[in-house]
Write a protein that binds this ligand. Structure first.
Ligand SMILES: O=C(O)CCC(=O)C(=O)O
Ligand SMILES: [Fe+2]
Length: 336
């Protein structure tokens, strides 16, 4: 039984049968540039815990500069064992390999609280359609996976424990530099508020107008991405799309909307997108650090750029905007 969603049929039913022509030119995304001259900062996390003050201070400085200038950076020597990623990618593959009908079944009974998404039912133009599928796993619900998902549960638990430790450390380091006290993230970004998004990208079947994942910013405080070696992630810097080279040693970290608001715009939540791979599948795992729904987000810094809002208000507004326009408006709605 086929595991792949019926992208073509779905796309045609939304936009009619005239989907953009498949182009053989692999360089159709003309705005994309390689990182050649501009290099995404790579931060050696072991310097933070080395006990050597000079190294540690330099590391903090690099991270703050990256969050400010790029909104993105890569981390190496994060201390997470390789097999934690291998196991997680294996479980991810097993999930995506399920028959499509099982993935969309109304009550995905043996995978309660995992939501499955594909394409983009709200797309109003081909450029808003995503040629990918994703599982959202709410971490407060992992204990409820049924017993026949034991492997998935223990793998996710191990993975998030490791990744959350690194995420907390980065949040605290970046928070401290904008006067957010170290308990802030421990108190409001408990593991149960965070979630995982498992992404699978399919080889290009439409023209270059259709993305693997449409340009967006993340709603989280911080996102940590683990990806295979295929590549395709791009971020926007100075009006240009820049590709992020995958590395087996590095995790990619990006600032989300909540951290941009909290830092009063010092850290940037930068738009990013995924280009569909040419003739191969790609998988990634994103871990999103999120607060409680009722947490009020207030800027640290003066004059305040954004009005106070709750995470729930932000999410609901974003969901309404996506439904109405196919795209999230985001933080600009909350500017003072
Ligand atoms: O798969 C990627 O490279 C990026 C995923 C992403 O941006 C997301 O899940 O929000
Ligand atoms: Fe993202």
């Amino acid at each position: 039984m086929a595991s792949q969603p019926p992208f073509k049929t779905n796309f045609c039913s939304i936009f009619g049968s005239s989907f953009p022509k498949q182009s053989s030119d692999s360089n159709t995304y003309t705005s994309t540039i390689q990182t050649g001259g501009l290099k995404l900062p790579v931060i050696d996390l072991s310097h933070l815990t080395s006990g050597e003050e000079i190294k540690s201070k330099r590391c903090v400085k690099q991270m703050v500069a990256a969050a400010n200038e790029w909104g993105f950076f890569q981390i190496v020597n994060h201390g997470i064992p390789k097999d934690v990623f291998e196991m997680m990618f294996l479980e991810e593959k097993k999930l995506f390999d399920l028959p499509f009908s099982a993935k969309v079944r109304e009550r995905f009974s043996d995978l309660s609280k995992i939501s499955y998404r594909w394409g983009n039912p709200n797309a109003t133009s081909p450029a808003q359609y995503s040629l990918s599928e994703a599982f959202h796993i709410t971490l407060s619900e992992i204990s409820k996976f049924s017993d026949d998902r034991n492997n998935l549960r223990t793998t996710v638990e191990t993975y998030v424990q490791e990744i959350a430790r690194v995420a907390q450390m980065i949040c605290q380091v970046l928070g401290k530099q904008v006067n957010v006290n170290s308990e802030y993230f421990e108190n409001i970004c408990e593991l149960k508020n965070s979630f995982l998004r498992l992404n699978k990208y399919h080889p290009r079947v439409f023209g270059s107008e259709v993305f693997g994942l449409v340009p967006h910013t993340d709603t989280s405080f911080l996102t940590i991405l683990s990806q295979d070696q295929i590549g395709g992630l791009e971020l926007k810097k100075n009006g240009e799309w820049i590709s992020v080279k995958p590395s087996s040693e590095a995790l990619t970290v990006n600032i989300g909307d909540m951290f941009q608001a909290l830092s009063n715009g010092v850290y940037q939540s930068v738009r990013h997108r995924v280009i569909s791979p040419a003739n191969i599948e790609r998988m990634s795992i994103a871990f999103f650090v999120c607060p409680y729904l009722e947490t009020e987000i207030e800027c640290f810094g003066y004059p305040k750029k954004y009005r106070r809002f709750s995470f729930r208000e932000y999410k609901e507004q974003s969901e309404r905007d996506v439904k109405e326009t196919g795209d999230k408006v985001g933080l600009s709605r909350f500017l003072i």
